[in-house]
Design a protein around this ligand. Structure first.
Ligand code: SF4
Length: 434
């Protein structure tokens, strides 16, 4: 392979992969390689794949096939990440044109292959985060020790590894200096942060939030994604309510609302406890916005269990909730389970859930009408009459997963402005720049 001068990275999957790709790119640019916008123009193409569920594996395979088919003489195609950690051999066998395969966490090896002197540039922490407009991801940990029977992540990523607090402080400050106005904390389970460093269960994250708040100052939003239900502790709720820049938003993937299903999933199954911490969150922060996600059609899910899920979601009224159909996944506890639910039943249940959730989301969104909120501007444009419009997010919307706020008026992308909310749709809000 000739020494490459340019590269192009294709990233599939979740924000944690975005962070990993950012880390790789910093290694490559540190080694004097130049990024190019088009895969066709690059000497080396690197695909960071996703292996979370069957659908994401298929998407990753499609992307690899398309890049292999379009490869030109002299180009190097490297496939890495979660899917190849599990199915590296199949990728090699099924797609001709793939030159090198790596698993997860082998970004230094990828860089070495591309002739980067990693030791010379390697003061780059692995919790590198990505700025997306005014927001940046900060990966506070990787891996997971939970036993969830539907999830292959522990097999792909291994056990919990928390990034040290000092490194996260430095990363947070670097991102803020680069213009970030919001840090979105991600990890497979952010509430487990520090347990592998000796912190008591569920006690590490509140302290980390305080340290991050001191490091970046009170103006920068801190947003928590991927909390584990049994670790939403009184200490965490107190930290969220009292640290001024932790936004009143919490993403807690709950996966189901039936105790029987949750037991088979090997998830925390005490539904009363969930109602309890939701009550505490809402008492401490009446304006809190809650996001969750569920799985419909887990093996053995009866109609009655699915109705329990509907009733649970209706009782809590989540501001944002996603529902995925269960995806059979090799190397998980649920793979061999009897009573797999037929696909058409899974889809019908998912659609039924989303019809209910759309009404709940619209009702929850209406409580914002008439309020004035801070907005991080992500883009600008014009409405159908040619008048200026800005699009962005308030504390109510996390990047990439929730809706947007559209406001008539002018602002600069990346800025934080005030908007007055005048109207709510199912997922989006509409208003004007104040
Ligand atoms: S907590 Fe999340 S990442 Fe960990 S095993 Fe369960 S679903 Fe997977």
């Amino acid at each position: 392979m000739a020494v490459p001068k340019t590269y192009h990275v294709v990233t599939l999957g979740c924000p944690k992969n975005d962070v990993d790709s950012e880390h790789l790119e910093r290694l490559l640019t540190g080694g004097q390689l130049v990024p190019v916008a088009e895969a066709g123009a690059a000497d080396a193409i690197i695909v960071n794949t996703c292996g979370f569920i069957e659908q994401s594996q298929e998407q990753s395979m499609e992307a690899v096939r398309a890049l292999a088919a379009g490869k030109r003489e002299g180009q190097t195609l490297i496939v890495a990440g979660c899917m190849t950690q599990l199915y590296g051999r199949q990728v090699r066998e099924e797609v001709s044109g793939v030159d090198h395969i790596f698993g997860v966490g082998q970004w230094q090896d990828v860089a070495r292959l591309l002739s980067v002197d990693v030791d010379a540039v390697y003061d780059i922490p692995e919790s590198a985060a990505k700025v997306t407009g005014p927001s940046a991801y900060l990966k506070i940990s990787d891996g997971c020790d939970a036993p969830c029977t539907f999830c292959v992540i522990p097999k792909i990523k291994g056990g919990l590894r928390s990034a040290p607090a000092g490194l996260l402080m430095r990363e947070a400050q670097r991102l803020v200096e680069a213009g970030a106005k919001e840090l979105v904390l991600v990890g497979q389970d952010t509430t487990a942060w520090g347990e592998d460093l000796g912190k008591p269960v569920g006690q590490g994250l509140p302290g980390l939030l305080r340290m991050l708040s001191d490091a970046v100052g009170p103006e920068v939003w801190l947003r928590l994604m991927y909390a584990y239900p049994s670790r939403v502790s009184p200490q965490l709720i107190e930290a969220m309510a009292t640290i001024p820049n932790v936004v009143h938003y919490l993403d807690v993937p709950l996966q189901h609302g039936s105790e029987a299903t949750l037991r088979r999933m090997k998830r925390p199954h005490n539904i009363e406890k969930v109602h309890g911490f939701v009550r505490e969150l809402r008492a401490a922060m009446p304006d809190i916005v809650l996001r969750t996600s569920f799985i419909a059609g887990f093996p053995g899910e009866t109609d009655a269990e699915f109705r329990e899920l509907l009733g649970f979601a209706k009782a809590i009224e989540f501001d944002h909730a996603g529902c995925f159909t269960y995806s059979l996944q090799q190397w998980t506890g649920a793979y061999e389970m009897a009573d797999q639910v037929p696909d058409e039943v899974k889809h019908e249940r998912r659609d039924r859930f989303m019809r209910q959730q759309m009404k709940i989301a619209a009702k929850r969104a209406r409580r914002f009408v008439g309020r004035e909120l801070d907005l991080l501007v992500e883009g600008t444009g014009e409405d159908e009459d040619g008048d200026p419009v800005v699009a962005g997010r308030t504390y109510r919307e996390a990047p990439e997963v929730d809706g947007l706020v559209f406001a008539s008026g002018q602002a600069t992308p990346g800025a934080r402005i005030r908007v007055h909310i005048e109207e709510a749709a199912d997922y989006d809000l509409f208003g004007r720049v104040v």
